[in-house]
Design a protein around this ligand. Structure first.
Ligand code: FAD
Length: 465
């Protein structure tokens, strides 16, 4: 029988948005139930951030193992057992997802397996293969995430891969075509290039990795080409033909139609929000034409007791954004005045060199009417970067000329993904270049580059003329 279960706060989806929201809500004294139809951890832990970074690291290990002629260390006998790589990657994922389960249970969050569907603004039905159960809630946080966009001419198959397919290959492709060189395509393409795959990127726009400054994407393009990759921009992928053991991809570039043969084609042309099969129309939740849910600064939808977070609301589809919004929504339900403020939110592409940005770019700052002063410092002038043999790249601080307020920063270089946090802190805390310049940074570290860029902005750098 379907006797409704009454719950206080119901969270739908256990990705980095939902599970973080559930934990914070529980910490604040709410009785929380979380519904997940797939695996705890969502896209990020199972088929996104984490396995992709594991695969990227395995590719780096191959590169390191091959050695470096400049250092006089080389090896021609590097063996890759790809099934072991996949097994290791799977173990990393398993550790983290069971960690999430432990955290949810430790916070007394009830975990319900099944697919949630809205009946009205206080009711969902949760279905699994066998049964259906109705839940009545006071407040709900929707965190159902997104899935890859499938383009009609490229139906996903064993050879036409989405990101999940590309992460879970059983062999290293000899040739791979990547359609769409955004974050996901560029990262996975680079990982396979490091394993020795001949990668061709087809990008529809004028440049790869849209959103990053040209000077940054150029460094990535140069590096990945050195690995044997080909990048074709302003290329329109037209069709794919599956052959006995591969694919033929037809595309148009510079007015000419071309065909490339490869083992696989990876299609990463964006993601669509999982808001179409939830019964949201029964509740009257406002969405745009793409299915993105409109929310206020507390992540509340137009229905006052229903909140939405993560990839299904406006903004960059990133895990740390989902988690941040999860905390805000949970706090809002507890009556706190928390509001989202994305000023210090970073974005990172884990390519080579790593690209990272936070706050405003130079151009955005100028467009917003700031009198801008930039402080830029190259990795090539940093002792640690030299001794890591990783000298490509730069760090740029965007500041307000009058008082040196840090408005944003961009980094292209080794460990940019970690280094961006310091600039994020500066933006978030309203610090100035003087604050960064006066902070003693350990020597020799890449972090010194941030201090040096601040000194450049102040007009008195030590290690650059
Ligand atoms: P999701 O992680 O998508 O989780 C949603 C969950 O809801 C899923 O588990 C789903 O099964 C469940 N669900 C959906 N509908 C229902 C329903 N009706 N009932 C019950 N459960 C439901 N971001 C970064 O910040 N850094 C990275 O390095 C990064 N790398 C990425 C690499 C790849 C290959 C991909 C694909 C993505 C990557 N992302 C990265 C993006 C990141 O994974 C997403 O932004 C993040 O997972 C979004 O979190 P979420 O909580 O909104 O949704």
């Amino acid at each position: 029988g379907d006797f409704p279960i009454e719950v206080d706060t119901l969270v739908i989806g256990a990705g980095p948005g939902g599970y973080v929201a559930a934990i914070r809500a529980a910490q604040l004294g709410q009785k929380v139930t979380i519904v997940e139809k797939g695996s705890l951890g969502g896209v990020c832990l199972n088929v996104g951030c984490i396995p992709s970074k594991a695969l990227i690291e395995a590719g780096h290990t191959v590169q390191h193992a091959r050695g470096n002629e400049e250092l006089g260390i080389t090896s021609s006998d590097v063996k890759v057992d790809f099934s072991k790589v996949q097994e290791w990657k799977g173990n990393v994922v398993k550790k983290l997802t069971s960690g999430v389960e432990g955290l949810l249970k430790g916070n007394k969050v009830d975990i319900v397996k099944g697919e949630a569907y809205f009946v009205d603004s206080h009711t969902v039905k949760v279905m699994d293969e066998k049964s259906s159960q109705t839940y009545k809630f006071n407040n709900c946080i929707i965190a159902t995430g997104s899935r890859p966009i499938e383009i009609p001419a490229f139906k996903f198959s064993d050879r036409v891969l989405d990101s999940t397919g590309a992460l879970n290959l059983k062999e290293i492709p000899k040739k791979l075509v990547v359609i769409g060189a955004g974050y996901v395509g560029s990262e996975l393409g680079t990982a396979y290039a490091n394993f020795g795959t001949e990668v061709t990127f087809l990008e529809g726009a004028k440049d790869v990795l849209g959103g990053f400054e040209k000077q940054m994407t150029q460094l990535f393009k140069k590096r990945v080409k050195k690995k044997g990759a080909t990048i074709i921009t302003e290329a329109m992928a037209k069709s794919v033909e599956e052959t006995e053991n591969g694919v033929k991809v037809t595309y148009e570039a510079k007015g000419k139609e071309e065909t490339i043969e490869a083992d696989y084609v990876l299609v990463t042309v964006g993601r669509r929000p999982n808001t179409d099969e939830l019964g949201l129309e029964q509740v009257g939740i406002e969405m745009d034409e793409r299915g993105i849910i409109q929310v206020d600064k507390q992540c509340r939808t137009n229905i006052p007791n229903i909140y939405a977070i993560g990839d299904i609301v406006p903004g960059a589809p990133l895990a740390h954004k989902a988690s941040y919004e999860g905390k805000v929504a949970a706090e809002a339900i507890s009556g706190k005045k928390s509001e989202v403020d994305y000023i210090g939110m970073p974005a990172v592409a884990f390519v080579e060199p790593e690209l990272a940005m936070v706050g405003l770019t130079e151009q955005q700052a100028k467009e917003q009417g700031y009198n801008v002063k930039v402080g830029k410092f190259p990795f090539a002038a940093n002792g640690r970067a030299l001794s890591l043999n990783e000298t490509d790249g730069f760090l740029k601080l965007v500041t307000r000329k009058e008082d040196g307020l840090i408005l944003g920063g961009q980094i292209a270089g080794p460990n940019a993904s970690d280094m961006i946090s310091e600039i994020g802190l500066a933006v978030e805390a309203g610090m100035t270049v003087e604050d960064l310049a006066l902070t003693i940074h350990a020597h020799p570290t890449l972090g010194e580059i941030t201090m040096e860029a601040a000194e450049v902005a102040l007009g008195s750098p030590i290690h650059i003329l």
